[in-house]
Ligand binder design. Structure first.
Ligand SMILES: [Ca+2]
Ligand SMILES: [Ca+2]
Length: 269
């Protein structure tokens, strides 16, 4: 910073500080703290113009975000074999449907060290006695479209829930309902919470229930075709211990299926 420009801004700040000081006399002691802060900033800017120029336009939070971006890397996601080829053509009329992607999904970037933290973690469900398979299939790491690789829950609105065993900072949830044939599951809602009963600090990270038939709130997200790539839902660093996923049947039938759910994150400090 040019010294004349520094002097100009110092003058402006001191003038501002004088005005604040005048106002402080009127409003009393509560505002008085502002004056030393403004003066300190002015002095710092004059004494360290280069530093003032660098950090004056940002905040400690901004610095952290920039550092975080610098350390981002793609999450390691192992995909199952594709079970069917081509684009599904029997799209339901009038549905709010995500357009099928052309080409593979781009890598998902997250802070370095973010990994799958759901493998082998306990799974509970609104349907404690699945029709086909067991709840442990949701987190057993097998995402293939084989018979025996998915759990089938009862009809209408059902949920599965993963207990990460301790609070984590979450960055993505990747979800495979059933990808052996083209279909769309309805009322897909994904929530995270601090407690197993989903009472404390519940946050919805995905909701494509457009008419609130689930009673969980109106969702603005789109419905999507099941594919071998799974559905990746960005979570953006929310801290939680529990992840719950709802669905309400599919274009195939009223049942609810899960082949695998992977949660990506880091232990919360
Ligand atoms: Ca599985
Ligand atoms: Ca609905």
């Amino acid at each position: 910073m040019d010294s004349r420009i520094g002097a100009f801004w110092l003058n402006r700040l001191l003038t501002g500080a004088a005005r604040i000081k005048g106002a402080a006399r009127v409003v009393g002691a509560a505002a008085a703290g502002v004056v030393p802060a403004a003066l300190t900033l002015a002095v710092l800017l004059a004494a360290h113009p280069a530093h003032g120029q660098q950090s004056g336009s940002t905040t400690p939070a901004g610095d952290a975000a920039r550092d975080g971006r610098a350390e981002q890397s793609p999450i390691e996601l192992k995909l199952p074999r594709p079970a069917f080829k081509g684009t599904p053509k029997n799209a339901p009329a009038g549905s709010n449907l995500e357009a099928p992607r052309k080409g593979p999904r781009p890598p998902f970037m997250a802070p370095k060290g973010v990994r799958c933290i759901s493998g082998g973690k306990p799974v509970t469900s609104s349907d404690s006695e699945p029709i086909v398979g067991s709840l442990s299939l949701v987190t057993d790491g097998d995402k293939e479209a084989n018979s025996g690789s998915y759990v089938e829950l009862g009809p209408r609105l059902q949920w599965v829930q993963i207990d990460l065993k301790e609070p984590h900072v979450l960055h993505a949830v990747v979800l495979w309902h059933y990808h052996a044939s083209a279909r769309i599951y309805h009322d897909v809602v994904v929530q995270v919470a601090d407690d197993a009963d989903f009472v404390t600090n519940v946050r919805t990270v995905f909701n494509n229930d457009h008419d609130n038939s689930s009673g969980l709130g109106l969702g603005a997200d789109k419905e999507f075709w099941e594919t071998y790539e799974g559905k990746l839902i960005a979570v953006n660093g929310l801290a939680a211990r529990y992840v719950r996923l709802y669905s309400n049947g599919s274009t195939a039938d009223d049942m609810n299926h899960y082949t695998e759910v992977e949660v990506f994150g880091l232990p919360a400090k």
